[in-house]
Every structure is written in C-alpha cells, then in structure tokens.
Design a binder for this molecule. Sequence first.
Ligand code: NAP
Ligand code: MG
Length: 493
Amino acid sequence: MNRSEQNAMQVVNRFLSNGTKKLLIDGEWKESSSQKTLPVINPATEQILTHVALADQRDVDLAVAAAKRAYEDPMWTNMNPHERERLLHKIADLIEQNADELALLETLDQGMPYSNSIWHLKDVVKAFRYYAGWPTRVHGFTNASEGEVFSYTNRESLGVCGAIIPWNAPLMMAAWKIAPAIAFGNTLVLKPSELTPLTAIRLGELIVESGLPKGVVNILPGTGAEAGAAIVAHPDVAKIAFTGSTAVGKNILASAAGTLKKVSLELGGKSPNIIFQDADLDKAIEMAVAAFTLNAGQGCLLGTRVFIQESVYGEVSEKIIEIVKGLRIGSGIEEGTIIGPINNVNQFNKIQDYFKVAQEQGATLAVGGETYANKGYFIKPTVFTDVSNDSRLAQEEIFGPVAVLIPFSDEQDVIQKANAVNYGLAAGIWTNDLSTAHRVSKALKAGTVWINTYMEVDPIYPFGGYKQSGIGREHGQDSMLEYTQVKSVIIRL
Ligand code: NAP
Ligand code: MG
C-alpha cells in the first residue's frame, strides 16, 4: 500500500468504527423507525465491517415527504440551471477528493478488486460531470401551427423519483441514478442493496457536504421486500428507476401499475460475445476472458456466452482456458488480484447450484467449477464446453465467473444462436470485416453492441436492454426522456 492508500485505510476504519450507519432523510442522519439493523459483511473474510440501519415503510414515508417538500421548494425547482450544474460538479469534486477512500470501502463491502473499484470511481465522477452538462441544455420545441396559434413544448421534471439498485456495482449504480435525477430537477429517494450500502452512505455524506438543498437526495438502506416495495407503491413517487434482476423488475412493473408511475428497468443479461475467424484473435481472446471474469462475473453486461467460429474454435478455446487457469484469486485489497469473492452467500450458493446443473446436463467442465479457500465466498473462474445453446447453462444468468463456449459455422448460424435467448442487454463482435461487423450488429437484438471491444460504458452512450433485459434507457439524450415529461403549450394569438 502506498501512502495515500494507507491514509484511505485509516479514514475507512474510522468510518466503519463510527457506529451504526444511519438513514439520510431530509439532510439528516436518522435511526430507522424499527431500530432494526443488519451486519454488513466483508465477502473476502466473512467478517462484520459495521452495522446498517434498515428502513421500513415509516422511513420511506418520511423520506418521500422530505423529497416532496424539497421538490416543491422554489429554491430547488426554480434554481438557475448554472447553479444546478455547479452543484453536480461540486459533488464530483468531493468524490474525486475522496476517491481512494470510496474505492477501498467499495472493495471491502462489495468484494471487487481495488483496481476495479478505482476504475468504477472514475466512472462515478464521469457520471456527475456528464450530467452537470444537462441542466443548461434541457429543451423543448416550437411546434408547427396555423397563423393564429403559437405553440411550444417544455420538458419538465417529474417530481420525487425512487431508485432501487443492486449489490454488484453499488457506487456506480447510485451515481447513475442520483446524477440524472437531480440534473433534470427531480428529487430522489435511493435504496441501495442492504448487502452493499456503505459507499452510497459515504456518498450521502459528501452530498450533504456539497450544499445540495436538504431533502433533494435521501438514502435509505433496507430490504427490497420492505423499503423497496414501499417506495414502489408510494403515491407521491412519480418514477421508479430500478436496476436488478429480471424477476424483481417484473414484480416492480406490476406494483407500479397501482399508481401509474413511470418505470425504467435495467435488468439482467446473458450476452453473446462473438469471435469470427478473421478477428485479431489475441485481442479477442484476452477481452473474452475479461468480459466474463470482471468483478467475478457479477455484472449485467458481461459476455457469458462466447461464440467461436468453428475453424478457430480449437485454438481460441484452448487459449481462453489457459488464461483462465492463471487468473489470480484473492481478496480485493491484495495487489494483483483479478478474481475477488462473490458478494454474498446466497449468490455464492446459487453459482454452485449451476455447477450441478452443468453436470446433470453433460456439459464438459474445462476449468474451475469449484470454490476456493475456506473463508470468503470465492469461486474459481469457470469455463464449460459442449453446452447446448438451449440448456439452462446457456440461457440463464448465473452472475458468477462462468462462461460457456459454443462453436458456430457462419454469420446466419451465430445470429440465430446469439438471439435465441430471453435477454438482450449487450453483445460483442470480433471481426476485421467491416461488412460482417455492420450486418451482425444490425441483426443482434441487444441494447448495446461492441465491435472489437467490450464493456465500454459511458454516460454518453444510451444503455439499456432489449427483450427481458429491461425497459427504457439510461444516459445520453435518452436520460432526458426518462427523467422529464413533456408539456404542450398552445396559445391562440
Ligand atoms: P435483485 O435481487 O433484483 O435486487 C435489486 C434491488 O431490488 C435490491 O436493492 C433489492 O433489495 C430490491 N428488491 C428486491 N425485491 C424487491 C421488491 N419486491 N420491491 C422493490 N425492490 C426490491 O438483484 P440483485 O441480486 O441485487 O442484483 C443482481 C441483478 O441485477 C442481476 O440480475 C443483474 O443482471 C442485474 N443488474 C442489471 C444491471 C443493468 O444495468 N441492466 C446492472 C447491474 C445489475 P434486496 O437488497 O433486499 O434484495
Ligand atoms: Mg457486503
């Protein structure tokens, strides 16, 4: 550890030992109404890091009321767009100043390697800076009209938004919800996963420090069944932005029908990563491994179905397996760790259940397929071959460092196989043939297609899923559509 990392460790230890983490409601840190708390576990050691207060319906009511008051306060609603921009940059500055500490906290709580957390921190800052550009650019149109009429549209904020996020990329997901919600003039109640609440709480402290008006951002760790469901059902919440599993997403869509909220869903994936024979194979192979092992496979957009053209299947699959064998597993704070632990014991067990499924279905285990170490939720990166494209192994999101390798004959064959799945979040194509790249990217049913790259996400690019990978898009121009509503104004002259 270098000096600044040592300092960060001290700050993190102070944060962790400074009592139960509370709820951010109306700019104040409050105990939960139920007084219930939950231990927060370090998945690399299974030790308790600290405790977190759990919000329930009563806390959600308080937070939504605070967010509603903040929304109705002209100080927020009528804020000069340049001032809104300044506040978003101020939050970004504070995150940058505390980046080492936030990254370390993310590694301890979520498990991801520190190098990965640092990378996420850059994306978190980027999100606040990107959305800082929006308040001064929200615009409507002048409509076509007859001579005696003047008509225009305005894009107006929605009101109180509710955001519910998962445990695989906690701080990045928090940033992806908070930054657009406030950039477009809304207020927010955010529920992080109670399994990984710590970086959202620390971010809440920085937001308080930034001078953002009280009640604009409220942060309520709690379970999905209690706090999450209460946010979704609340009549004063105008929109739900959810990231998580497809099963819970469906449940949220159904509950939101009761109050007809706007809903955006960023859900699961089982993304194809397609390697054609003419590709730069070394690059494709290196990235194919990273694309399913990143964050120990706990990522919605990962390329977990690797399709390899028959003529190079032997060579490519051998090299993939070879690289996977050499990946270093360990605690995220150890230097050189590539594969950290799985975040929680339920997910750890779920991945191992898939190893049994693989055995039953006669897939060939090429590497991995077992746990690692006695303490901590470690799973060795795993590759299966001889997997049928319609098997559970090839169709279901495992959310662990597990890939299936499937050969294909030609373009038509791989398009059919790649699309034969309920998900459609992302896809990768590796080829040096421009026409193949364009034809295949057009044919793939996925919200994002990467060509000769993978995992490049940026708030500049709209992100979201086709099919059961979601509804709506985050980022880009689409974020304005998701976080505002349009008003038509018609004036008879
Ligand atoms: P999850 O079980 O769906 O949970 C996501 C969030 O929803 C958690 O905060 C959870 O609370 C909450 N929740 C659960 N039931 C709820 C309910 N009935 N009402 C309201 N909220 C409820 O997902 P996860 O296991 O945390 O995360 C993994 C999943 O997220 C994977 O499927 C992954 O693909 C997906 N994901 C998608 C994206 C994307 O952008 N498309 C990004 C990252 C992850 P609890 O903490 O109590 O469970
Ligand atoms: Mg944890």
